[in-house]
Design a protein around this ligand. Structure first.
Ligand code: FES
Length: 614
């Protein structure tokens, strides 16, 4: 059985002969970038095999890697199977979720109204004249004879009472005692709020007595190994029950890792965490709960369920108090999940009086419109371009990603995350780069690069070499090989612009359909809220320049941070908010864009890099 050693992570694993290298990395707990679930089409899973003679490159490797890369040992992990011991260098994805993490805790006001109630009691000791059973004695003292108790807690009750001089605390949810603890622990009530993103999972530990966030942690969703988008994961899950279980195990494992991290940061005991809330898109909620998502993929995109699901932590394998409850907030439709419910809660969309749109841009784009007392939502197949997928040098928002681009005094000024040498371009950088190239007149409104041979007057001398023919049309060199992290030019291709146009056109058209349905024009909008990490980092001016958003004054466009995750925290902290969440699937009118005959025309208009006609 061959051994693989991954550096610089220093992880080693022994696998069956013939195991795919991407899968081996996954087994070793390493995440390797990739958008195509190992189909060899994205070219992102680059790793370097050191000290080994070169194997014949596959067609996919020849397509995505240069001669120089191949000579230096670079391969695509998904194209390699293992038949001998090797050492593999994995480029470090420096804290891909870091920017998202910093958004955590953005909720200003959480209301402390926990589902769990704790009561400390000091019981009378049994005597010949008082032979009440231990449980009876406890319930009498709590003045709640109707309460039920977890069998596990009852099993340990006699010893617990006698070891602690009959002074204990009962943790009660609804009509059930879920935990009996030694002494007075009434000041220790904790819960974890998760935001299960397709790309990133975030967890926040809340002190439910004070409704304060005491720790946050985030990690990459390990399901990424099965594809960057939800369709790849649905496809994998639908192939067999084992695959579905595999995807569920991955996400539960990641959630447990985050819980461990949160507890370590705060020294809170695991048993004092009684509740978990989670939000995510509808596919993520199905996979988290281990429910078959197959019929979400084909029309008519039917989920197995929409309502909130509540299960005991132990049944899911989540390592909090075993009798703790896990609640995945409700979904609205197949492609409008509980993450949108979270956005609505955090932005008060269900209670606002103004006309307001919220756009959550992630791997998909979900839109909500509150107008004239109505609440409407839709999702657009915006594609993952805003997360750097399907973009030649696209990457997630990690160290070294080009995140800003300005056209000033005839020059382009680029900025990277953490000021590291550039190694790719993330979503906000992509929008900025397109806006800057439009400003410089190097992109036509149709989205085509100006042809320097046909229109030399439009291409200033200093850009003649940077705007060059590529495989499919022209491409612009954003960062030259000498300045980039991996010694390759970082380019923006015609294909990248096309992906951006598709994504921004879909968002814009979705919003226009919602407005049309509400009989509102775009200038009747009082505000547009941009949710999600991306919404926080995208520059409004650039989003307006490329026509991603309607032409409102920039001050009406407001970034609201990770609103989905904030909604999860709000629902965890307060049972009233949770009740509000439960009512939303029936309250929100879902618009299915694929059935709208007017969508296509608006979408095609909206793809252009100019203010689209509405
Ligand atoms: S090319 Fe390997 S994961 Fe996409």
């Amino acid at each position: 059985m061959p051994k693989v050693k991954f550096t610089p992570q220093n992880k080693e694993i022994q696998v069956e002969t013939g195991t795919n290298l991407l899968k081996a990395a996954d087994q070793a707990g390493l995440y390797i970038e990739g958008d195509c679930a190992g189909r060899g089409t994205c070219g992102k899973c680059r790793v370097r095999i050191t000290g080994d003679e070169r194997a014949e490159p596959t067609t996919a490797e020849k397509k995505h890697l240069s001669e120089k890369d191949l000579d230096n040992g670079w391969v695509l992990a998904c194209q390699r199977t293992l038949d001998r011991d090797i050492v593999v260098e994995v480029p470090i994805q420096k804290d891909a979720h870091l920017r998202k993490t910093t958004l955590a805790g953005g909720v200003e006001e959480l209301t402390a109204e926990p589902m769990v109630e704790k009561i400390a009691v000091k019981l009378d000791r049994p005597a010949v004249k008082d032979q009440r059973a231990d449980l009876e004695r406890l319930l009498d003292n709590l003045e709640r004879p109707d309460l039920d108790i977890e069998l596990r807690e009852l099993a340990g009750l006699p010893a617990l009472l006698r070891k602690n001089s009959f002074a204990v605390t009962a943790a009660i949810t609804g009509s059930r005692i879920i935990s009996v603890e030694a002494g007075d622990t009434t000041d220790q009530i904790y819960g974890v709020a998760f935001d299960i993103g397709t790309t990133t999972i975030m967890g926040s530990l809340l002190d439910l007595k004070t409704a304060s966030v005491v720790a946050v942690a985030a990690t990459t969703n390990p399901q990424n190994a099965y594809g960057a988008d939800v369709i790849s994961r649905i496809t994998h899950a639908s192939e067999s029950r084992e695959n579905l279980k595999q995807l569920q195990d991955k996400v539960i494992e990641a959630a447990n890792m985050l819980i461990k991290d949160l507890l370590k940061q705060t020294r809170v005991a695991r048993d004092r965490v009684y509740e978990v809330t989670a939000v995510g898109n509808t596919t993520m909620s199905h996979l988290f709960m281990g429910i078959d998502p197959t019929y979400l993929a084909p029309a008519p995109f039917v989920p197995a369920y929409r309502r909130a699901l509540e299960v005991e932590a132990a049944r899911l394998g989540l390592r909090i108090n075993p009798a703790g409850r896990v609640t995945f907030l409700p979904n609205i439709a197949g492609y409008v999940g509980s993450d949108t419910v979270g956005v609505i809660l955090a932005t008060d969309m269900d209670r606002r009086k103004d006309n307001c749109a919220a756009i959550d841009i992630g791997t998909n784009g979900e839109l909500v419109l509150a107008a004239n007392g109505r609440l409407m939502a839709c999702s657009t197949a915006a594609g993952p371009a805003f997360e750097g997928a399907q973009i030649k040098h696209g990457m997630r928002a990690a160290g070294g990603a080009l995140e800003s681009c300005d056209y000033i005094d005839g020059e382009f000024k680029m900025g990277t995350i953490d000021d590291l040498p550039a190694c790719g371009i993330c979503g906000s950088g992509l929008i900025d780069a397109a806006a800057a190239l439009l400003d410089a007149g190097l992109i036509e409104p149709s989205g085509r690069f100006v042809n320097p041979e046909e229109n030399p007057e439009k291409v200033p001398e200093q850009f003649r070499e940077r705007l060059r023919p590529g495989r499919n049309g022209f491409e612009f060199v954003l960062v030259s090989a000498g300045d980039s992290a991996n010694g390759d030019d970082i380019v923006l291709t015609q294909g990248d612009l096309r992906e951006l146009q598709l994504a921004k056109g879909a968002i814009y058209a979705g919003l226009m359909i919602l407005l049309k349905e509400a009989e509102l024009s775009e200038d009747q909008l009082d505000c547009i809220l941009l949710a999600g990490a991306f919404g926080n980092y995208v520059r409004k001016e650039s989003a307006l320049t490329i026509g991603l958003l309607p032409q409102l004054p920039p001050e009406k466009i407001i970034a609201v941070g990770n609103a989905a995750g904030d909604g999860s925290k709000l629902a965890l902290a307060s049972k009233t908010v949770r009740e509000r969440a439960m009512a939303l699937p029936d309250r929100v009118e879902h618009l299915e864009l694929s059935t709208r005959s007017d969508f296509q025309d608006i979408f095609i208009d909206a793809m252009a890099f100019q203010k689209p006609k509405s």
